[in-house]
Design a protein around this ligand. Structure first.
Ligand code: CO8
Length: 372
């Protein structure tokens, strides 16, 4: 009994933010901070905020721009965060809106009607509330029967959710699954931290998964296997949570926001991801050279280059390992799915490809696919 991905899509926010814009606003903010704290800086009590640079960002990450769900406020030196108004309980929530914008074209690509879906998973790095689940809100908006739930697995949220979908389809507890990743990262970015102000962007992705016998879409990918792996690390953290109200201190201080030890992440995750991918592919009786396409997580171009070099023993072409980092930046769990959604139709029947994510946790998830 085969299980397939039969539809995929990306919703891209309307607002683009370039490196130049981000660096200009960060540097203006840093100048202002340094002027306001000149006494403490002169006495050594505080360190001055160093300037950011467009050249550094592009060289260290491969990122040239990113999209923002709401741009207003991000570049304002007196605010340094997006202005996203709170919605009433009666109105569609922000991430449900993003989810629907990705889900509808994914259903169309899969040639599926909402009545053929009976499980909805919304899986991403952050959800805007604890409950009711965004997935149930999306299920309601689309008129889907069955059930839905939310999952959080940072950068591996999409692949881990696709593994849940695969297992449910294999077990017969679902017949058609919609997996959605509304990555609204901008509210958690510390735009006053030069080490990380440039890394993330907003986007939403969605895929439809079903059993092979019900799939009618022109592009269908049989899932040959799924593999999830986790290993605890403090190197990537976000501490904002429901205890913020009672813990004391500033509920919005910088340690509540995304922060990381990027160099250690780079060093530790690359070998883990390469070993994970090689063993997953081999466990299915395939070898690395037989994989036509690597839809890799999009965190950093140098990381992706290193991982494929470890795997292939050479650099990959853009066709072998497509990159969307330059325009989308790191979009948490959505990165490998943007690459998949935008670069899969040219594969021929029988070709193999691998979707892989890696990130906070640490967590690594992969699906080995064969085009039908
Ligand atoms: N401009 C100029 N200089 C800078 C800047 C800047 N913006 N930033 C840092 N520098 C300086 C540093 O201070 C350092 O200076 P010095 O040598 O004097 O100490 C120098 O440049 C080199 O810095 P690094 O060693 O940190 O530079 P790297 O080459 O390592 O690049 C990266 C930094 C890009 C962060 C890189 O380490 C990296 O990408 N690492 C991997 C990170 C990663 O993949 N993380 C995964 C995070 S995503 C995840 O799992 C959670 C998702 C949740 C979503 C979050 C939403 C908010």
């Amino acid at each position: 009994m085969g299980i397939v991905i039969s539809g995929a899509s990306v919703w891209t926010p309307a607002h683009r933010v370039t490196n130049e814009e981000l660096v200009e606003s960060y540097n203006a903010w840093a100048d202002k901070y340094n002027a306001e704290h000149d006494g403490e800086i002169a006495s050594g009590k505080l360190q001055p905020k160093p300037p950011s640079s467009v050249e550094f960002i592009e060289k260290a990450s491969g990122i040239k721009s990113r999209y923002a769900y709401v741009k207003d406020g991000i570049l304002d030196v007196d605010r340094m965060r997006p202005r996203i108004p709170r919605r009433r309980d009666e109105d569609l929530s922000h991430q449900a809106e993003m989810s629907l914008a990705a889900a509808r074209p994914a259903l169309a690509a899969a040639r599926k009607d909402a009545s053929e879906i009976d499980m909805v998973i919304v899986s991403c790095a952050y959800t805007e509330r604890a409950y009711p689940a965004l997935a149930i809100e999306v299920q309601n908006a689309l008129g889907i029967r069955g059930f839905g739930f939310d999952m959080l697995v940072a950068c591996s949220a999409a692949t881990f959710a696709m593994q849940r979908a695969y297992d449910a389809l294999a077990a017969g507890s679902a017949n058609g699954v919609l997996v959605i990743n509304p990555e609204l990262t901008s509210p958690q970015i510390n735009y006053c931290d030069r080490d990380s102000h440039f890394i993330f962007g907003d986007v939403a992705t969605a895929v439809v998964m079903e059993r092979e016998e019900t799939a009618t879409a022109p592009h269908r990918y049989r899932v040959l296997g799924t593999k999830a792996q986790t290993q605890y690390s403090n190197n990537i953290r976000s501490n904002f949570g429901y205890l913020a109200r009672v813990e004391g201190g500033d509920p919005f201080d910088e340690l509540r926001l995304f922060h990381q030890n990027g160099r250690s992440v780079f060093k530790e995750v690359c070998p883990l991801a390469a070993a994970h991918l090689e063993s997953h592919v081999q466990s299915l009786g395939l070898d690395v050279p037989s994989i036509k396409r690597w839809w890799l997580h999009q965190a950093n171009i140098n990381m992706n280059n290193l991982i494929v070099r470890k795997l292939l023993g050479r650099d990959a072409t853009r066709s072998e390992a497509p990159t969307v980092l330059d325009t989308y930046a790191n979009t948490a769990s959505a990165g490998s799915l943007i690459a998949f959604a935008q670069c899969h139709e040219d594969l021929a029947s029988g070709d193999y490809g691998v979707i892989c994510s890696f990130g906070a946790g640490y967590s690594i998830g992969s699906l080995v696919l064969q085009k039908i």
